[in-house]
Ligand binder design. Structure first.
Ligand SMILES: [Cu+2]
Length: 92
């Protein structure tokens, strides 16, 4: 899965809502398409993040196992309010 940022100076992830199945091994490639440095950080219980600063034009892949079903926020720690939601869907 790829999560980028909006081009330009806007402080938004694109997409800012993604979903994955429970139990999946997740690889997220973060692509900074904007003109400012950003990062992609998952707090507990995922606790996985890119480098604190991913420069414009840079990308980085992070991997983790999907946690229990629910919604998990990811953020850019450089820009308060820049966030998105990872939804882990229950198996059917
Ligand atoms: Cu940012």
């Amino acid at each position: 899965m790829t999560i980028g940022t909006r081009a330009g100076g806007e402080l938004e992830f694109e997409p800012d809502e993604v979903s994955v199945p429970a139990g999946a091994q997740i690889a997220v490639t973060f692509e900074n398409l904007g003109s400012l440095p950003h990062n992609l950080t998952f707090g507990a219980p995922i606790d996985v993040a890119t480098a604190p600063v991913v420069d414009p034009g840079g990308s980085e892949t992070i991997e983790f196992d999907a946690p229990a079903p629910g919604d998990y926020t990811f953020t850019c720690t450089i820009h308060p309010g820049m966030q998105g939601t990872l939804t882990v869907e229950a198996a059917r």
